[in-house]
Design a protein around this ligand. Structure first.
Ligand code: ZN
Length: 414
């Protein structure tokens, strides 16, 4: 299997991965040297207040010379991250493949632009994650690049030890608007990435994990995504997000009721950074669909079976928290004409995240337009259907919250 893209029946890297990573050169998926020997663990462990994967992961620079990858101090073209030499985190031996899988899901399932990446092995068989630096030009010089900590002026000196985690995703959105010439597409890419991080439980997407890079035209754009991994597998007690979405994001009625972020949080973030509701809803829908392709990649990955299961479990749990969008509801009602929300004339069964079930009919009323803006829908429960048909009494209409919906059975079977 190709250690870059899981393509079966290939020795080493497949032609496509060779192209992405090495401009087509035949490079072995086994490095000509052993993994670093950790005889001094404390040397590796940055003293961060917060235990995060970024605090324990080591990085090394590599150069491609005469068809072989070599460790280098200067002029690195690749970065490798071996298994972190620490027992402070769980499943640390799976960290390289976790990052590789998560990056593959981002690019191949969701079309997120990512740094080229693969799994690679040391001579002694230990795995490492390898990624190609996107800031290195073909002539070896570098594109100007700055991360969001640098751009916002956050450093140890200005904001203390925890500076990478001081800020909000909304702040980053405003920095993108200020510095990126084609801001709108960059904002949408950024929003999609924040959502991806939430759904795939990357709780370490801090200020330094978003960067701007100068293009050949001289203006700035968002870099491809990097450092994506399901960190919850290694640091299970971390918070869901490295940064707040926006100030006071936990003070919403949704959060106080459920204790976690949901679709409402992300719609609000999108609105705050200037993404139109119709666009954010489309991005959210795209991120909540494709379940089969995601689970397919998880199962073909090199993770151990128990970690595969945990990865998928966490993913499904996050999907449930996000509820359903109008487009998802429409497709569930009528897969033949997806995207058209319509009244239903045969009974529909709705299942909600708290386990409750409602049977009835989707309806439209004079309030439907306003309700849809909040992802809410008029629904006539079966027990009220006859009375409602006769009286059109609005008190008989149940308002259904799409943010809390986890399943629609239509037509209802049970
Ligand atoms: Zn491949």
């Amino acid at each position: 299997m190709c250690p870059g893209c899981y393509r079966p029946n290939v020795e080493g890297y497949c032609p496509n991965c060779r192209k992405q990573l090495f401009d087509g050169a035949r490079v072995s998926s086994v490095l000509p040297f052993d993994q670093p020997k950790a005889d001094n663990l404390s040397m590796y462990q940055e003293k961060t207040r917060r235990l995060s994967i970024s605090g324990v992961q080591l990085k090394y620079s590599l150069r491609l010379e005469d068809g072989a990858l070599r460790l280098t101090e200067k002029g690195g073209q690749y970065i490798i991250k071996p298994v972190p030499p620490t027992t402070q985190i769980t499943h640390q031996d799976q960290a390289p493949e976790n990052e590789h899988l998560t990056m593959q899901i981002a690019s191949r399932v969701f079309g997120i632009q990512t740094a080229a990446n693969a799994l690679i092995y040391f001579k002694d068989g230990a795995p490492a994650y390898i990624t190609r630096r996107f800031d290195v030009k073909p002539d070896g010089s570098k594109y100007l690049q700055e991360d969001m900590a640098q751009i916002s002026g956050a450093s140890r000196q200005t904001r203390g030890e925890n500076f990478k985690y001081e800020g909000t995703y909304e702040d980053i959105g405003h920095l993108i608007k200020k510095h990126v010439a084609a801001a709108q597409p960059a904002l949408e890419r950024f929003f999609q990435l924040v959502l991806f991080n939430y759904i795939f439980s990357n709780g370490d997407a801090h200020l330094k994990n978003f960067s701007l890079i100068q293009t050949t035209m001289g203006d700035y754009t968002l870099t491809p995504a990097y450092d994506l991994m399901s960190t919850v597998l290694h640091t299970p007690h971390e918070s869901d997000m490295a940064l707040e979405c926006y100030e006071k994001d936990m003070e919403t009625s949704f959060y106080s009721k459920w204790g976690y972020f949901g679709q409402h949080t992300f719609r609000t973030l999108a609105e705050k950074i200037g993404i139109q509701p119709v666009r954010s809803s489309r991005i959210i829908t795209r991120m909540l669909e494709q379940r089969n392709r995601v689970t397919g990649l998880i199962s073909s990955s090199f993770l151990s079976d128990d970690v595969k299961q945990a990865y998928q479990h966490n993913y499904f749990a996050k999907l449930q928290r996000m509820g359903m969008t109008e487009d998802m509801i429409a497709s569930a009602i009528d897969p033949v004409h997806p995207g058209v929300y319509a009244v239903t004339t045969t009974p529909t069964r709705l299942t909600f995240i708290d386990g409750s079930v409602k049977d009835g009919y989707f309806d439209t009323t004079s309030r439907s337009h306003d309700l849809a803006a909040e992802n809410k829908y008029s629904f006539i429960e079966l027990s009220n259907a006859t009375d409602y048909r006769n009286t059109r009494d609005q008190a008989l209409v149940t308002i259904v919250d799409g943010d809390l919906l986890i399943g629609i059975e239509h037509p209802m079977v049970g």
